[in-house]
Design a protein around this ligand. Sequence first.
Ligand SMILES: NC(=O)c1ccc[n+]([C@@H]2O[C@H](COP(=O)([O-])OP(=O)(O)OC[C@H]3O[C@@H](n4cnc5c(N)ncnc54)[C@H](O)[C@@H]3O)[C@@H](O)[C@H]2O)c1
Ligand SMILES: [Zn+2]
Length: 389
Amino acid sequence: MYFLTPAFKIEENRMHTITVAHPTGSYPIYLGKDVLAQTGRHLAKLGHSGRCAVVTNETVGQHHAEPLLESLHAAGFDPARINIPDGEQFKTLDTVAGLYDKFIEAKLDRRSPVIALGGGVLGDTAGFAAASFLRGVPFVQIPTTLLAMVDASVGGKTGVDLPQGKNLVGAFKQPEMVVVDPNVLSTLPEAEFRSGMAEVVKHGIIDAPGLFATLEKGRGASLRLQEQGGRGENAYFLPTPYFLLPTSLLYEAINVKVRVVQEDPFEQGRRAVLNLGHTFGHAFERLANFEMRHGEAVAIGIVCAARLATRLGYCAGETTERITALLTQLNLPVQVPSYPPADIWAAMATDKKRQGSTLRFILPRDIGDVDIFRDVGRENVEAVLEISE
Ligand SMILES: NC(=O)c1ccc[n+]([C@@H]2O[C@H](COP(=O)([O-])OP(=O)(O)OC[C@H]3O[C@@H](n4cnc5c(N)ncnc54)[C@H](O)[C@@H]3O)[C@@H](O)[C@H]2O)c1
Ligand SMILES: [Zn+2]
């Protein structure tokens, strides 16, 4: 457990490198404001050159493709820009097949890097294409949502959905490097930002009590509002919501994921802790026909997990209150949707049955300390679903 890491001494305006070790080597995560515009230089430094592909979508590309393409040109690369459609409904084998066509058209060879610029959907899709095209070409992740920065871009999991379910086809594909530029969050819609904050809180509960406490003090998400007016009290009006997360908080949140995946690169055990709040959360998403935002479902799921832990005597009631208060402070929902508890239980069980695994719950013992539990008792689960606040 990490109480206070050097992250809080992290300088906001410097670039920081986190090295991720995996079974066949390691790769750097470059984290810092404006590091997007340094991508070409960093990629060249790793020994790459020549033809490469930038895979993005219209939404992200219009804001952030230019500085990336410029930096690649400046470092001597010859990038092809490829757009794929935006949305989870396009995280499919059809989109991957379309990418293979574009890769061939762009004359990529086995050494040509594929660079994914976008959120988790784009990174998963482009990553799977990179893992399989010519039996694997070099891959670079440039996550542009908060969720993708702290979760999806680290750990090497890539893949697509099938009509039968999410993430049913995929591959482990370790990237050459990951580029995290907090400035790109400035164009993210507010709801996406909030959704990502649920995963940041999740990481705090899993293994970063310092991060959690910093968020409680109102740094982090509310700091972004101060930063909006960061150039004095009468800061100019920004037409769109403008989000920034301190580099130090991103550093902390990313590091939780890094520690977990280093411990369990192929998802054999410990990695399950990243599912804190997700057993409940997936059931809420399913019952709402996926019209509920993932981060919102996870926020409620985290509260349910904490209540269950308290009910079973693993975790102090005060800890559950702190978790609920922080999520509320971040404008995330904490109220269980009004489905009958038996239906929620059934939705959780179906999810697991399909994955061929048993129902397990990640429960907090404390902030920064979680464990994997089975056999928690259906009556206990249904009891916490009935609590309303
Ligand atoms: N591989 C993993 O380990 C892993 C882990 C967690 C989640 N995931 C996957 O991640 C996906 C969810 O990712 P997500 O939450 O990033 O959603 P997303 O990729 O759909 O992005 C959300 C929306 O924001 C847009 N967007 C992205 N960056 C933007 C920016 N900077 N400015 C403006 N708009 C921007 C996107 O185009 C999209 O419309 C799911 O498919 C999930 O399965 C994968
Ligand atoms: Zn999640």
